[in-house]
Design a binder for this molecule. Structure first.
Ligand code: AP5
Length: 217
């Protein structure tokens, strides 16, 4: 199973990725989590990426493509992978084709911008694992603590309302064209064409999970 999760910031990609990776026993490859780990570790990549991420802009295609190429070559990707947050631009999608990074399904999670702003202001994250909560819609068992480790949850620096608006603008300009890119490729069919699944991302986590799993079955 080689899957791309496509959707605006806050559409629920990270939340649903937890269910999908467990169901198919494949690794979740979140470029956002990889970049945040580099920022935390203070690596040269992290130092370069931090200002771009905090401003809600996209890290350069070359850097991201290099990261993903290395990651999918690792042994745990032999049975598939779940790409969360990649590709995010047409050049990234083209680079996948050029590097034979194949995809079986593209799952688009569709959520309106107004809902996204509300969601991201209530998001809390466990930095160690990337597990995601919402103070109202998906609260942890103990306030402010991760369910599995009991460690503190944090708010991401790019989840302020002003930065979320910038991220949405970047999404519409640079990432949304991938909806047409993949859906028309799926419609044309042919060798290597993925199946395209669109899911309404507003509703209960379970309903959305079931709609995704049905689309993948
Ligand atoms: P990244 O970490 O990928 O952020 P994003 O795409 O903006 O996505 P998010 O993680 O914000 O949202 P999500 O869809 O995963 O939603 P979630 O499940 O958390 O990227 C961060 C930055 O890194 C980028 O801005 C860029 O700078 C850089 N970057 C990363 N990849 C890159 C690339 N390929 N190229 C260039 N730069 C790149 O859900 C959100 C909230 O809503 C949570 O609180 C959740 O609990 C809640 N929620 C989820 N589902 C529901 C529901 N059904 N109802 C109510 N609440 C819900």
């Amino acid at each position: 199973m080689r899957i791309i999760l496509l959707g605006a910031p806050g559409a629920g990609k990270g939340t649903q990725a937890q269910f999908i990776k467990d169901k198919y026993n494949i690794p979740q490859i979140s470029t956002g989590d990889m970049l945040r780990a580099a920022v935390k570790a203070g690596t040269p990549l992290g130092l370069q990426a931090k200002a771009v991420m905090d401003a809600g802009k996209l890290v350069s295609d070359d850097i991201i493509i290099g990261l993903v190429k290395e990651r999918v070559a690792e042994s745990d990707c032999a049975n598939g992978y779940l790409l969360d947050g990649f590709p995010r631009t047409i050049p990234q999608a083209d680079a996948m084709k050029e590097n034979n990074i194949d995809v079986d399904f593209v799952v688009e999670i569709d959520v309106a911008d107004s809902e996204i702003i509300q969601r991201l202001s209530g998001r809390r994250v466990h930095p160690g694992s990337g597990r995601t909560y919402h103070i109202k819609y998906n609260p942890p068992k103990v306030e402010g603590k991760d369910d599995e480790t009991g460690e503190d949850l944090v708010q991401r620096p790019d989840d302020s309302e002003a930065t979320v608006k910038d991220r949405l603008a970047v999404y519409h300009e640079q990432t949304q064209p991938l909806v047409e890119y993949y859906s028309s490729w799926a419609n044309q069919g042919g060798e290597g064409a993925p199946k395209y699944v669109t899911v309404d991302g507003v509703g209960s986590l379970d309903d959305i999970k079931n709609a995704i799993l049905e689309g993948l079955s």
